[in-house]
Write a protein that binds this ligand. Sequence first.
Ligand SMILES: Cc1cc2nc3c(=O)[nH]c(=O)nc-3n(C[C@H](O)[C@H](O)[C@H](O)COP(=O)(O)O)c2cc1C
Length: 349
Amino acid sequence: MKKLFSEFNIKNVKVKNRIFIPPMVLSLSNEGYVTSNNIEHYKRLAKGGAGLIIHEATCVNPNGLLSEGQPGIWNDDQINGLKTIVNAVHEENVPIFIQIHHAGVGGISENPICPSPYEYKTSTKSVVGHEMTIEDIKSIQNDFINAARRAYEAGYDGIELHGCHSYLISQFLNKKVNKRTDEYGANPEKFALEILEGIRKVTPKEFPVGIRLGGFQPRIEDSLHYAKIFEEHGIDFLDISYGFSIEQEVEEIPDYKYALPIYAAEKIKAEVSIPVFATWGINSPGLAEDILLNTKVDLVGIGRGALINPNWANDAIAEKDTGKCLECKKCMWFGYSKVCAGKVLFEKK
Ligand SMILES: Cc1cc2nc3c(=O)[nH]c(=O)nc-3n(C[C@H](O)[C@H](O)[C@H](O)COP(=O)(O)O)c2cc1C
């Protein structure tokens, strides 16, 4: 496990091993404000030995929430609560980035915004997003920029823009969703790039800012194109996942050994020179090491594995059983499931 346990730097941020905890909304906040449950959760994760934690998707505007209990960063009053999470994690000598997010048409708002009119259907509801005006665009970009300034003030070590999983930035990036006829349609990355530019003005230049990008937006070629553009504009890292779920054109890769977001991360890593993170289905230290060596990505994410066993990284280092996600997907996306069979099995041992 030489590579998995080796150090890495993201700008000046020292990451003691290649394991990061990807953002996972657990809906534990009190109307967007940090609760003791949030703090305990991050403290537990930080004690678990991962090199980096990315704080769950934290909403930049109450109209962009993805769940009622999602944490928020739309108000200066929220800084102190977030600071307590940062301090709890820093006490364990672990850096923490924060993912900042707006759901657009993919959230709980009954009158959501979207780059252009789009009907978003899930198994339980259907909602139509209304086209954002230029004023809406500027205003939401400012929400992201102010959120980043608050995150910096709270002490986070870096920012991750949520640019995947069907939420607002991925709605802009995916041309099957973004049908605008203006410059935000002609250059779908413009929305996120202007946010990046604004964040640079309110945070020091050494403060890392990255994006979680869908590997299929809608095709892998589009994501490669975006990855290169973000790199050219100075983004500090790319964290690769799925894109706008129902509007992806995912390639079939019959002999590929790992999950599709890892395939996309590998392809992107081959084309850029900034750090690339890969996540999805990494359920053993051996698999994590294998992926690092074979795909050349820089960090590997352990998501559900860390919900089952917050001590995943320490157990990997000690060569103990790390537990295994059974892929029932009942926890996705909203929290510690009461029916996590993987957790029950792990805790019985
Ligand atoms: C409960 C839960 C909440 C999640 N919330 C987020 C989120 O806030 N932001 C995000 O980008 N991905 C989110 N994800 C996706 C994870 O970050 C990760 O990409 C996914 O679980 C796959 O990795 P894994 O196989 O290691 O669990 C969530 C996943 C779960 C299970």
